[in-house]
Design a protein around this ligand. Structure first.
Ligand code: MF3
Ligand code: CO
Length: 248
């Protein structure tokens, strides 16, 4: 069942989203060669506490950290760690903020120092694919329209779309109906309705879309060890179109 949210609920989630966006803006300033994702993890914990919010991922299904920090060929659910980032790396920081019981979820890929031209293109195509997906998130469209917009664009640019992880409804808990694949066919799937709140979070790869799981049970990497990027927003469907709750 897809639970539709009231305007008041959406407003509360927007407050969480604003805190999350502010946190990402600070992370953007921190990223540099030599910085560790463990330092970012500690910063996020402190930032959210000061904002009167909680890191919802910590303790979720046994996940132990406030952030997921996925470096280079890691697609998602990387553990924060004490290895320094180096120039040429990319790192995706993903987090879910809980403020007064309302959640928002957003991931962003940051480049460290200077990255190759191909990776610059990966980042810009991945971000653009997110916004093309959001553009389709309007009342009356279908879920397949979102995935199709993302997939046709990303594949047209020579990249691949991860299948194993998808966007999701979000409400009092991180994962709710509906499922939002980042691939698919236009005019297919459930119809989009006012009050739906979900994430769109394309993971786009340089090489194969196939994933391998790490022994830790969480982290996923690309099967060919080529780089993967991700941008994620939480959005609400309103009469006036998609409202991005986590816009920076
Ligand atoms: N933020 C993630 C998402 O985009 C959820 C992470 S699962 C966790 O769906 F266990 F790491 F929290
Ligand atoms: Co997320």
């Amino acid at each position: 069942m897809i639970v539709l949210k009231s305007e008041r609920e959406i407003q509360a989630m927007h407050e969480s989203g604003k805190i999350l966006a502010g946190c990402h803006r600070e992370i953007a300033k921190m990223i540099a060669p030599g910085v560790t994702t463990w330092e970012i993890e500690e910063f996020v914990e402190k930032y959210l506490k000061q904002a009167g919010a909680k890191p919802e991922q910590k303790g979720y299904k046994g996940y132990e950290y406030a952030t997921c920090a996925s470096i280079n060929e890691e697609i998602c659910h990387g553990y924060p760690r004490k290895t320094p980032l180096k120039s040429g790396d990319i790192v995706t920081i993903d987090m879910v903020v809980n403020h007064n019981g309302a959640l928002a979820d957003s991931a962003w890929t940051y480049k460290v120092g200077t990255v190759s031209e191909e990776i610059e293109r990966l980042l810009s195509v991945t971000k653009e694919s997110l916004y093309r997906g959001i553009e389709q998130a309007v009342i009356g469209n279908r879920i397949g329209d979102i995935g199709h917009a993302i997939q046709s664009y990303a594949e047209g640019e020579g990249f691949s779309v991860v299948r194993d992880f998808i966007g999701h409804g979000i409400g009092p808990s991180i994962h709710e109906k509906p499922e939002i694949p980042h691939y698919g066919l236009p005019h297919k799937g459930a119809r989009l309705k006012e009050g739906m709140v979900f994430t769109i979070e394309p993971m786009i790869n340089v090489g194969t879309y196939k994933v391998v799981r790490h022994p830790n049970g969480w982290t996923a990497s690309t099967a060919d060890n080529k780089y993967s990027a991700q941008y994620e927003h939480t959005i609400a469907l309103t009469k006036n179109g998609p409202l991005i709750l986590t816009e920076q």
